[in-house]
Design a protein around this ligand. Structure first.
Ligand code: SF4
Length: 235
């Protein structure tokens, strides 16, 4: 349910061109405890955690722990918590990997990745967001044609939430310049050919010249985690 007190178009107009910290501060002040940030630990997500923590903003943080993330991703999760003194809550599916294997057979991701993503990502995300009025995303306008028209603040019709996009005007180079200048922890797999990192069974390295997301569900026609929601969460 969105917050009726917020005039979303007016807020988007007012915040256009402002810095990410100012946008996050506005969101924290106006959306308060009903605001959350769901991170998948992409580079942009790490920047947002850095900004939230340094500004000491009381914003809820969570991640979808599918149970089959890379060891490097789990290590990054702990590194961010330690460096910034924050808690990034784990939102988990109803079933463990073992329970899912008993119910649906082993390695469901190989046979029916859409079903697996629905069980391990989409449903848990919907449940996790049900208690919030607004969420922060890590999207940037230059990422896709669909995102090119994204506003700093907008309605998220899929979830009935207000969506706040503090990095919407940032470039890829802006993100990495911030990471290096501020010593922000990032997933070491990025330096080993993984520009886009999801669950371990469904992510492979990409070769030079390949599309950044070509390592996701390689060999399958699948490109998104259902409803196109997880891409927004992650990267
Ligand atoms: S990315 Fe793969 S392992 Fe992860 S939830 Fe989707 S299908 Fe399952």
């Amino acid at each position: 349910m969105t917050d009726a007190r917020i005039d979303v178009p007016a807020a988007a107009h007012e915040l256009e061109g402002k810095g990410a910290v100012e946008i996050l501060g506005w969101a924290s002040q106006n959306l308060g405890p009903k605001l959350t940030f769901a991170t998948g630990f992409g580079a942009e997500g790490c920047v947002i955690i850095d900004l939230i923590a340094k500004a000491n903003l009381p914003i809820d943080l969570f991640t979808l722990d599918t149970g089959v993330l890379f060891p490097e991703t789990y290590a990054l999760w702990r590194a961010l918590e330690t460096k910034y003194g924050v808690t990034i809550r784990a939102v988990r599916p109803e079933q463990t990997i073992e329970q899912q294997a008993q119910a649906h057979g082993p390695t469901l991701w190989e046979r029916d990745p859409d079903r697996c993503c629905d069980l391990r990502k989409v449903k848990p995300l919907r449940t996790a967001l049900a208690g919030f009025d607004a969420w922060i995303t890590a999207i940037r306008r230059e990422q896709t044609a669909e995102r090119a028209t994204a506003k700093v603040v907008e309605h998220d019709k899929k979830f009935g939430l207000i969506k706040v996009n503090p990095l919407v005007a940032w470039s890829h180079d802006d993100v990495w310049a911030h990471i290096y200048a501020n010593d922000v922890p990032f997933n070491e797999l990025h330096d080993r050919g993984y520009p886009s990192i999801g669950c371990q069974p469904c992510t492979s390295a990409v070769a030079l010249g390949e599309d950044a997301r070509s390592g996701r569900w390689r060999g399958s026609s699948k490109k998104e985690c259902g409803l196109h929601v997880i891409q927004e969460v992650n990267r």
